[in-house]
Write a protein that binds this ligand. Structure first.
Ligand SMILES: C[S@@+](CC[C@H](N)C(=O)[O-])C[C@H]1O[C@@H](n2cnc3c(N)ncnc32)[C@H](O)[C@@H]1O
Length: 316
């Protein structure tokens, strides 16, 4: 494309997913296909993803470039009216060095768009066939990393502090210090039999999925010599069974579905007696089903959050 056509340059920050070239959104694949320049993170994005690029696209490995080098590419794109696809692993909102690029693009005055991607934590959960939020066991997911690496952790964000919640945690960028990881998780209160899923290069041909417990986490990592490109899922939800979602219970009603009267009576009776299935998380009382509060109530009305099937304890 030439400057005389006055086409504006554009930078698209593309979430390329965990590795597999078919785990991108259509929008991401299109942005790569339409790019004049593809800047990709070769160490984290599988090269098959480049199969979406045009044969004549200029391809640059971001591992060999500083931020300044990348900004020079963006400045050239602005000058020459080029489309740049900056390809990041997973979702660009997580540990992508994305914000500094977006801010500089704004300073440069070049249009910038971000296309979300499938983060490694969702890919690993899918691979392990586990839901990370199980009714009455875990309703939150903490995405974090171990401190002590190149990037210092802000105060209060230590793994041991987050572990005190006892809910599901996804730990990125932490395999090189698996002993410290296990120790901090234990200090936070997870018992040694807490289920752990370890995934190495999920969705790559060399993918490895391991199940262990907190007590065997460090030795499992050592045994398989994992130190990078590894994600940990930790928490009682990873082995929980026997609970069921409130949202899809026949006794539950909302804007889109009536309750079955007998099931409704049974559900109310169970709720009154606290018999609503086991609770597994550390520091939680058994059977303490959350009472329906605002937004989690029984009849939020059409379009309400529970009616949309996305919130509450249910499968979305
Ligand atoms: C710089 S972060 C990028 C995270 C990425 N933005 C995301 O949303 O998944 C790199 C870390 O993500 C995790 N990761 C990324 N891709 C992975 C994969 N395919 N399998 C396992 N872990 C992965 C690892 O913890 C790795 O150290």
């Amino acid at each position: 494309m030439s400057t005389t056509e006055a086409a504006p340059g554009k930078v698209t920050i593309v979430g390329a997913g965990p590795g597999a070239a078919d785990l991108l959104t259509f929008r991401a694949a299109r942005a790569i296909a339409e790019a004049d320049v593809v800047v990709w993170a070769a160490s984290l994005v599988h090269e098959d993803v480049l199969g979406h690029a045009a044969p004549d696209a200029e391809v640059l490995d971001s591992a060999t470039l500083s931020l300044e080098d990348v900004l020079a590419v963006y400045a050239r794109a602005q000058r020459d009216g080029l489309r740049v696809a900056r390809v990041h692993s997973g979702d660009p909102a997580l540990w992508g060095g994305t914000q500094e690029q977006v801010d500089r693009c704004h300073e440069l005055g070049i249009e910038v768009e971000i296309i979300p991607g499938v983060s490694a934590f969702s890919a690993v959960a899918a691979l392990a066939q586990r839901e990370l939020t199980i009714p009455e066991v875990a309703q939150s997911v903490i995405l974090t990393r171990l401190g002590g690496g190149k990037t210092p952790m802000p105060p209060g964000e230590e793994v041991r502090e987050f572990a005190r919640h006892g809910t599901t945690m996804a730990l990125f960028l932490s395999a090189a210090r698996s002993g410290q990881l296990a120790a901090e998780l234990a200090e936070g209160g997870y018992p040694p039999d807490t289920p752990v899923i370890i995934a190495y290069q999920a969705t790559w041909p060399e993918e490895l999925l391991l199940r262990c417990t907190l007590g065997t986490l460090a030795e499992t990592v050592r045994e398989h010599k994992l130190w990078k490109h590894t994600l940990f899922l930790v928490g009682p939800a990873l082995a929980a069974s026997g609970t069921r979602s409130h949202l899809y219970h026949p006794g539950h009603f909302h804007g889109y579905r009536r309750a079955e009267p007998a099931a409704r009576r049974a559900l109310r009776a169970a709720r009154r007696s606290g018999e609503h299935g086991p609770a597994h998380g550390p520091g939680r009382g058994a059977g303490d089903h959350p009472s329906p509060g605002p937004g989690g109530g029984e009849d939020p009305g059409p379009g309400g959050p529970e009616g949309s099937g996305e919130a509450g304890g249910g499968r979305g």
